[in-house]
Design a protein around this ligand. Structure first.
Ligand SMILES: N[C@@H](CCC(=O)N[C@@H](CS)C(=O)NCC(=O)O)C(=O)O
Length: 196
C-alpha cells in the first residue's frame, strides 16, 4: 500500500499483482517465493527486471526515479539521513510492533496489553516528531516516509487501538489519508469506496 500510494503520487504507470502470502501465490498465478524468497510483500519488479524488496529500499528507489517530485531529499544530505532514520523506524519499530496482531492468534489479556503498549510507545514517538506543529514527519514536505507511516498507523483502527491520546498523530493520519494518491490506492485495494 505505501508504495502504491507513492506510485500514484508520482503518476507512474504500474501493474499490481495481488499476492496471497500464505499460499505463496500471486493473482497472476506466479509462485511468489520465486519473486521474493522471503515471501512477504512488497516486491517491486522494475522495467529492467530488477526485483526490489523491503519498504525502505523500494520507497527510496521510487522517489529517486523522479527527484523533482521531492518525495525524498537528495542523497548525501543530512535530510536524506533523517529520511532513512525515519523509514527504518517505521519499518523495524512501528510496522513490526503490529506483528502480534497479525499472528493469526487471538490476543487477549496480558498478551494484548503488552502488544498494545508496544504500538503506543511507537505512536508516542510519532507524536513527539510532530510536536513542533509540522505537517509531515520531515517537516512541511510530504515524503515517502509519510506514505509508509500512514499505512501502518492506519492499522491501529483495524486492530482496535485508539490514537486519541496522540492528537497530532491522528490529524497527521487524516492529512495523509486525504491526499488524492492515498484515496486512489485505498479504493483500488478495496479499503475504501469510491466517492460518488
Ligand atoms: N521487512 C519487510 C516487511 C514486510 C511485511 O511485513 N509485509 C507483510 C504485509 S504488511 C507481509 O507480507 N506479511 C506476510 C508474511 O510475512 O508472510 C518490509 O519492510 O518490506
Amino acid at each position: 500500500m505505501a508504495l502504491h500510494i507513492i506510485l500514484n503520487e508520482l503518476g507512474m504507470s504500474f501493474e499490481l499483482d495481488k499476492t496471497d502470502t500464505d499460499a505463496g501465490k500471486t493473482e497472476a498465478g506466479d509462485n511468489f517465493l520465486k519473486i521474493s524468497p522471503n515471501g512477504y510483500v512488497p516486491a517491486l519488479i522494475t522495467d529492467e527486471g530488477e526485483i526490489i524488496t523491503e519498504n525502505p529500499a523500494v520507497l527510496q528507489y521510487l522517489a529517486d526515479q523522479s527527484p523533482e517530485a521531492g518525495l525524498a531529499p537528495p542523497n548525501d544530505t543530512p535530510a536524506r539521513t533523517r529520511l532513512q532514520e525515519t523509514l527504518n523506524f517505521v519499518s523495524s519499530e512501528l510496522h513490526k510492533s503490529f506483528s502480534p496482531f497479525f499472528s493469526g492468534k487471538d490476543l487477549v489479556g496480558a498478551e494484548r496489553q503488552k502488544a498494545e503498549a508496544g504500538v503506543r510507545r511507537r505512536a508516542a514517538y510519532i507524536e513527539q516528531r510532530l510536536d513542533d506543529g509540522r505537517s509531515f514527519l520531515l517537516g512541511e514536505t510530504f515524503s515517502v516516509a509519510d506514505a509508509y507511516a500512514f499505512v501502518v498507523l492506519n492499522w491501529a483502527g483495524f486492530v482496535g487501538i485508539s490514537l486519541a491520546a496522540y492528537p497530532k498523530t491522528q490529524n497527521y493520519v487524516a492529512r495523509v489519508a486525504a491526499r488524492p494518491a492515498s484515496i486512489k490506492a485505498m479504493v483500488a485495494e478495496g479499503l475504501m469506496e469510491q466517492a460518488t
